[in-house]
Design a binder for this molecule. Structure first.
Ligand code: NZQ
Ligand code: ZN
Length: 387
């Protein structure tokens, strides 16, 4: 058993209409608010009007139009508003992109240089502005972690930022995800599963953490198809929303060596070059990475996954169960409507070498602590296997 720290300072405020509690939650944080949101879904769903009515009398400044795969230019705009108007806290309303961008803004609020510096070098993050979040899409876990992922189009880089950027509180009302379209629901499901695989399919497990991971996977596999078929099914949306929050908060890694997140590292490279939806890239990469990592040594972990998540026969041959588990994973992504090849989404091999070099530079070098250790050529081979 490895030593660990688990620090989860965010208050998760989960359930129907909990947004009504926001003014009480934020009351000691001031009355000058930067409301951040994306391309307009919060206006169509009525959340925007609700917030306006909850905060009558407060000074609300707005930054709208935060893009999926949020761009550093949006963050620069947000930081400018914060500094110009002396904002007290950020109210981020949306999916992972809005929340991530808001975290970078919160860190930029007390930094004199360009907010991109904080992505490149987290040691420059000092004090941060408080953030409150209203989650509208179950996927990233940004509502319950201290990280974000920011894109710099000028340099073709999509990089994680880590720091003291936990939301003070996150409102998680599953009803707000009723309007998430099928393709985004599926991509979100793939993202939650990938956070779990990256924590679960590692060299050494332990009973408790493996159990958390298996429960996460069973939850998504059971509920994502229901939510896609019946977008207003509260229980299915609620189970996905709960699973979202536990994917990246550290709980799934406790007591064991943290493995490099291979699919996430590679997916961020794909998004950096092609601006694809995060969960779509993960659904394509994951089964290929699994197959590439399968050998006599790693087979028992895949086989256990097959037994405990898909109910495979525990007396069957280990390698056969391992192969079946990987096939069932790919079949699940297909069933919920996700593509299985990069060529289906217009990506060819022209940038694979640059991607492998960049991910090695900013993530984990040789990925030697991955389930199967991976060098530069292995990373390129995995990308090629996705074509
Ligand atoms: O912009 P709007 O109009 O709001 O539309 C969004 C966007 O087009 C839409 N949407 C969100 N909620 C909706 C809705 N549409 C209808 N009804 C609703 N209730 O969905 C689209 C995608 O939104 P986005 O926020 O981009 O999706 P997601 O939550 O999947 O976030 C993806 C981003 O998070 C990063 C990803 O790399 C990507 O940049 N990640 C963040 C992590 C973290 N902070 O810990 C970890 C993850 O691994 C991930 O890398
Ligand atoms: Zn992810």
């Amino acid at each position: 058993m490895e030593k660990f720290d688990l620090y989860l300072p965010t208050r998760l405020v989960f359930g129907k209409d909990r947004i009504s509690e926001l003014p009480e939650l934020t009351k000691s944080y001031g009355r000058k608010i930067l409301l951040t949101y994306g391309g307009g879904s919060i206006k169509r769903s009525g959340i925007y009007d609700r917030i306006k009515s909850l905060y009558q009398g407060a000074e609300i400044f707005e930054l709208s139009g935060i893009e999926p795969n949020p761009k550093i230019d949006s963050i620069r705009q947000g930081v400018e508003i914060i500094k110009q108007h002396g904002i007290d806290f950020i109210l981020a309303v949306g999916g992972g992109s809005v929340l991530d961008a808001s975290k970078n803004m919160a860190a930029g609020a007390f930094y004199d240089g360009d907010p991109w510096d904080l992505v490149v070098d987290a040691s420059k993050i000092g004090r941060t502005l408080p953030i409150f979040a209203v989650l509208t899409l179950s996927a990233t876990g940004s509502e319950y972690d201290n990280s974000g992922v920011i894109t710099n189009d000028a340099t073709h880089e999509k990089m994680p930022i880590f720091g003291n950027m936990w939301p003070v509180a996150s409102i998680c009302d599953p009803q707000y995800t009723f309007s998430v379209p099928a393709n985004q629901t599926a991509a979100g499901a793939a993202d939650i599963m990938s956070h779990t695989f990256e924590s679960y399919l590692v060299r050494h497990g332990n009973t408790l953490t493996d159990g958390f991971c298996e429960a996460m996977l069973r939850t998504v596999i059971k509920n994502a198809p229901v939510a896609i078929r019946e977008p207003h099914n509260y229980e299915a949306r609620a189970e996905l929303m709960m699973a979202s929050s536990f994917g990246c908060c550290g709980l799934l890694n406790i007591g064991r060596e943290v493995s490099p997140w291979v699919c996430h590292g590679l997916e961020h490279e794909l998004s950096a070059f092609y601006d694809i939806t995060h969960g779509v890239g993960l659904a394509i990469l994951t089964p290929v990475w699994m197959k590439y990592s399968l050998n006599a040594e790693t087979a028992p972990r895949f086989a256990n996954y097959g037994i405990n998540v898909f109910g495979l026969d525990k007396n069957a041959d280990v390698m056969s169960n391992a192969n079946k588990a990987i096939e069932l994973t790919a079949a699940f992504f297909k069933e919920i409507g996700l593509p299985s090849k990069l060529s289906e989404i217009g990506i060819d091999d022209s940038h694979f070498e640059e991607m492998a070099d960049h991910v090695r530079k900013i993530w984990f070098g040789d990925f030697k602590y991955a389930l199967r250790p991976l060098d530069r050529q292995d990373l390129i081979n995995i990308l090629k296997g996705c074509l």
